[in-house]
Design a protein around this ligand. Structure first.
Ligand code: GAL
Length: 387
């Protein structure tokens, strides 16, 4: 979505080789040795079919990684309403889920939330929009909660949808959609923000709830969870505390990246600091990634330079952020997950996964790799990048 477009608004000895193989087997499953990530190439699942999980996110639960994403199939078309900004679409089929213990090999678990083909009024009717599903696990309720961007084909509705399941592999029960934080001002509101005006969408949407398009959810160490969503006609992002059951926003929220037109949010935590990677708003076209850091999740967020370095850094290597995955048991190793959209053949969009490295300035850097593997010692990787 764009804000300014017409869219409404190895080693010396065998011991080390053995250690390397053992570490991979123990930490990532037995089939990982020799496997590698091939960013931007067709990525088949364990049944030999291309993985179909776009704009996705990953949940780690009891030794298994679950990758949820938009299932995109059928023909790509450009609705009349979206002609001015190139908002091509495919009909909703649902949210797909894949499981893996090593992050290389993914088993298709099927559609965990399906389109509702018989109910034209449903949010999940094929002609509607369902994007960027993210799932978190609630340790208190023992339920899996899916948040997603729900919209009308012209992207005017700008709502968040929520679904619930007792198992990571679904089926998820769709609970409905809403616009967050109706009737509540953000914590950092100013007097000027409250004055209605032609360009003040915060005040315009105060009563009915704030617009919410691209989104992500983040669970903090203390179990509190937060929703990040592109709001205010995509000009400004909001971060909102979720209720203890993770099913609603609480009304405690802040405006962040004010008028910076950011979307495709991905959030992670490292060494007690919160990091954000997102994109600018140019629809399916790639642009330069935005990186930011904060001591508190509500901000202030400080923007850092483009994390990408090298050729095609200005387009995030032809991709748009989707998620940042913390690797279990390696508290300082993170993988950047992005989509390489194919605007005119959306189901042929591909995935680009790259390791996030610490740069010498103490910030994260993304470099292109034609192929790469998970390191056996993430701390070494961090140290190496800093030198
Ligand atoms: C992108 C957004 C995608 C999708 C697309 C439609 O900016 O990140 O999730 O909404 O616009 O053009």
């Amino acid at each position: 979505m764009m804000s300014f477009r017409a869219k409404p608004a190895r080693c010396a000895g065998s011991l080390l080789i053995f250690t390397f193989a053992l570490a991979l087997c123990c930490a990532f499953g037995s089939s990982a040795a020799g496997a590698e990530f091939l960013p931007g190439e067709i990525w088949n699942d364990t049944a030999g079919q291309p993985i179909n999980a776009h704009g996705g996110g990953i949940l780690y639960y009891k030794g298994v990684y679950y990758w949820y994403g938009e299932s995109k199939s059928g023909s790509t078309f450009l609705p009349e309403s979206n002609k001015s900004w190139g908002g091509t679409r495919v009909d909703i089929t649902g949210v797909s889920c894949y499981s893996s213990t090593n992050l290389y090999d993914w088993k298709n678990e099927g559609l965990v939330l399906r389109a509702e083909t018989n109910s034209p009024l449903s949010d999940l009717y094929p002609s509607k929009v369902l994007e960027r599903p993210k799932v978190i696990y609630n340790r208190s309720t023992k339920e899996f909660v899916m948040w997603m961007h729900i919209d009308t084909p012209d992207y005017a509705a700008a709502r968040t949808g929520v679904a619930l399941s007792e198992k990571p592999t679904g089926p998820f029960r769709y609970l409905g959609s809403f616009r967050p934080n109706a009737g509540v001002w953000p914590e950092n509101v100013t007097d000027a923000d409250k004055i209605p005006g032609p360009t003040n969408s915060l005040a315009r949407d105060f009563k009915t709830g704030q617009m919410a398009r691209d989104l992500t959810v983040f669970e903090d160490d203390d179990g509190q969870a937060y929703l990040f969503y592109a709001s205010e006609d995509n000009f400004t992002m909001h971060v909102s505390l979720l209720t203890a059951d993770y099913l609603h926003t609480t009304g405690k929220y802040d405006r962040i990246f004010i008028n910076r037109s950011m979307e495709a949010p991905a959030v992670f935590k490292c060494d007690g600091k919160y990091y954000f990677i997102g994109s600018g708003c140019t629809g399916w076209e790639p642009n330069a990634a935005r990186l930011a850091v904060a001591d508190s999740i509500f901000g202030p967020w400080r923007e850092l330079p483009n994390p990408c370095v090298g050729e095609h850094a200005d387009t995030t290597f032809g991709t748009q952020s989707a998620f940042v995955l913390p690797i279990q048991g390696r508290e300082d190793f993170f993988v950047f997950l992005a989509d390489r959209w194919n605007q005119w053949k959306l189901p042929e969009s591909r995935y680009v996964w790259l390791p996030l490295e610490f740069s010498s300035t103490g910030h994260f850097t993304l470099r292109w790799h034609n192929s790469w593997q998970l390191p056996t010692d993430a701390k070494n990787l961090r140290a190496a990048a800093a030198n």
